[in-house]
Design a protein around this ligand. Structure first.
Ligand code: HEC
Ligand code: HEC
Ligand code: HEC
Ligand code: HEC
Ligand code: HEC
Ligand code: HEC
Length: 434
């Protein structure tokens, strides 16, 4: 299992610290001369690990060997953090998770969104996750010199209270959580030359508490559930799904005591480039412990429930089912109301409805994003698929639970019992409330 290294830095070592120059993890500088044995730790009189400080160089060399850094860098090159595309995710609504500078800016700032677009920002790299804190390792409060392991402000609670996912998990969850707003306003150009900017709230229904399953609610154009593939945090902790009245939910499961890193940074496996800093779970380690494949059967079970729920929602006209030319089936929520809150009819009509379109572009000269979120007015072509009434919270919750699980490519592996309960209770409610 992973060790937490405890460090003590001795006064005499600061010299060698300064000499050990590493340029932001891509290249190491020349190694400094051996540090002097520490006398006392910084923390008061003595260091944590005993009465006297350790050999400074030895503390540093736990990590800082050329071989170790080279291997970390090589592993990281297989990570999606490294490979993913960054362009257009540098806008102020995306940069906090998709760029290093954005992440560093929001940490501890109490802000959910960065101040400005960041056209020159870099993607997530060593410096995003790691930071030496004044070379003060006393107490090792920041394990593995991680930049942040403090509780996380989630969009669900409007960024007002912090949720503790446990030490290292907090680092991952700062980004691996639902996304939030992608725009503040939509421009309504129907009154040209005058343009009205209409305020946009991406998450008008959150948090899903104190609601009655039978209360009604509009599901308007533009208001996506925002789960955005990053929902592993909530599922792993068994929280923030739509929970029906009178039902009980199991939040913990076999691996609740694991950290994200226990699976995603387990032993590096050169055979398939998983584990370690690739951030892909090395499944050979799982199988060795399980004595067989526990993942595939669980995923098959959850996926079947996911489809059963989607079919029920489609039959009810809450969802629309689409099959593309390659035969791939997908489901999407079909709004009951247009952007301005006008109810969609179920028969053909010449009425014009406001739909939203995001036409953000990136200036080729400045690299800055030019926001172009517009309202368009058009006749409705989906009338035959519409529900023709406001939704009930029970329906909204079922649709949300579908998105919550569907956002997970790993199909529920992050908490099979909670995933199955969310899906089954949604199915049961829809069946009992036709
Ligand atoms: C837990 C592993 C670990 C230990 C122990 C460790 N470092 Fe680092 N160090 C790193 C990582 C990872 C980076 C790269 C971070 C980055 O890119 O900013 C780094 C970066 C550095 C840098 C470059 C800083 C910069 O801003 O570019 C210096 C200098 C450094 N370490 C010195 C030391 C010294 C001196 C010690 C011992 C007192 C030490 N480190 C102990 C992991 C460690
Ligand atoms: C600064 C934000 C940030 C932090 C911190 C972060 N991630 Fe990520 N992670 C991302 C983003 C953004 C992507 C998607 C990258 C892309 O496709 O461009 C991603 C992708 C991934 C993927 C690949 C997902 C896929 O579908 O292919 C895994 C696995 C992952 N992260 C695990 C972790 C773990 C484990 C941690 C904590 C040790 C972590 N991440 C910390 C932002 C972050
Ligand atoms: C709260 C953090 C967060 C915010 C904000 C965010 N993302 Fe992401 N995004 C992620 C994470 C985490 C992943 C990877 C999740 C996974 O693969 O399971 C991801 C994945 C993606 C992917 C798929 C990547 C791939 O390579 O498959 C795209 C595209 C994307 N994001 C675009 C955006 C855009 C555009 C914005 C801004 C409007 C944005 N994201 C805002 C966290 C975020
Ligand atoms: C997504 C966040 C993230 C990124 C990016 C990242 N690390 Fe790490 N790193 C971690 C975590 C988390 C640990 C602790 C792993 C554990 O405890 O299982 C760690 C541990 C380490 C260690 C100490 C453990 C050891 O085996 O020596 C070193 C050194 C290190 N990282 C170097 C790097 C370098 C170099 C890079 C860039 C190529 C990098 N890290 C990028 C999250 C990250
Ligand atoms: C230290 C041993 C150990 C390791 C390592 C381990 N697991 Fe497990 N896991 C267990 C045990 C024990 C169970 C419960 C066994 C059971 O339910 O039959 C379990 C159950 C599970 C389940 C639930 C299965 C079900 O039927 O509900 C999943 C999913 C799972 N593990 C995934 C993983 C993944 C993914 C990894 C590797 C990244 C992993 N585990 C690594 C011990 C381990
Ligand atoms: C029990 C082991 C285990 C734990 C703990 C775990 N994961 Fe995963 N995770 C997996 C497996 C297995 C996959 C499927 C990917 C694969 O097959 O390689 C996965 C997939 C992912 C993906 C890819 C997209 C998706 O949703 O399927 C991301 C991102 C991710 N995990 C992030 C996290 C984060 C963040 C945490 C901590 C909150 C975490 N994981 C905890 C085993 C685990």
């Amino acid at each position: 299992m992973k060790k937490l290294h405890k460090f003590i830095i001795a006064a005499g070592m600061m010299v060698s610290a300064a000499m050990l120059m590493f340029t932001a993890c891509t290249k190491e500088g020349p190694q400094g001369t051996a540090g002097v044995n520490g006398v006392n730790g910084i923390n008061g009189v003595n260091g944590v690990d005993g009465l006297n400080g350790k050999d400074g160089t030895a503390s540093c060399l736990v990590c800082h060997t050329i071989a170790n850094f080279d291997s970390k860098i090589a592993e990281y090159h297989f990570s999606k953090h490294y490979m993913g595309t960054a362009s257009s995710r540098n806008t102020k609504f995306c940069a906090r998770c998709h760029t290093s500078e954005g992440f560093i800016q929001i940490l501890g700032s109490g802000q959910y969104v960065v101040a400005n677009d960041m056209p020159t920002a870099n993607r997530v790299n060593c410096t995003t996750c790691h930071k030496h804190s004044s070379f003060d390792f006393t107490g090792d409060t920041v394990a593995q010199i991680l930049r942040s392991i403090t509780p996380v402000y989630l969009n669900y609670n409007k960024n007002l209270t912090a949720t503790d996912f446990g030490a290292i998990n907090n680092l991952c969850v700062s980004c691996h959580q639902i996304r939030g707003a992608t725009s503040l306003v939509y421009s309504d150009t129907t009154l040209r030359p005058q343009v009205i900017n209409k305020a946009f709230d991406q998450l008008p229904y959150f948090p899903f508490v104190n609601t009655n399953d039978n209360d009604t609610v509009q599901y308007r154009v533009g208001r996506s559930f925002s789960v955005h593939d990053g929902n592993q945090s909530n599922l792993f902790s068994g929280i923030n799904g739509y929970e029906y009245q009178g039902k009980t939910y199991t939040r913990t499961w076999k691996h609740s005591a694991f950290a994200c890193t226990d699976c995603h940074m387990n032993k590096y496996n050169p055979a398939d480039s998983t584990g370690g800093h690739t951030l892909w779970a090395n499944k050979a380690e799982c199988t060795a412990c399980h004595g067989g494949d526990k993942i595939t059967p669980v995923q098959a079970l959850i996926d079947a429930k996911r489809i059963q729920l989607a079919e029920l929602l489609t039959a009810r006209k809450v969802f629309k089912k689409t099959t593309n030319t390659s035969g791939v089936v997908s489901y999407s929520a079909l709004p009951s109301h247009d952007f301005n809150g006008k109810l969609y009819q179920t028969v053909t009509s010449s009425e014009l409805y406001a739909t939203s379109s995001s036409n953000n572009t990136v200036s080729p000269t400045t690299g800055l994003v030019i926001y172009g979120n517009m309202l368009k007015y058009a006749k409705d072509t989906d009338f035959a698929n519409r529900i023709g009434r406001v939704w009930k919270y029970g329906e909204l919750g079922a649709a949300y639970n579908y998105a919550y699980i569907n956002s997970e490519l790993s199909m529920g592996v992050h908490n099979p019992p909670y995933a199955l309960q969310l899906l089954q209770n949604s199915i049961d409610w829809l069946t009992a409330n036709p």
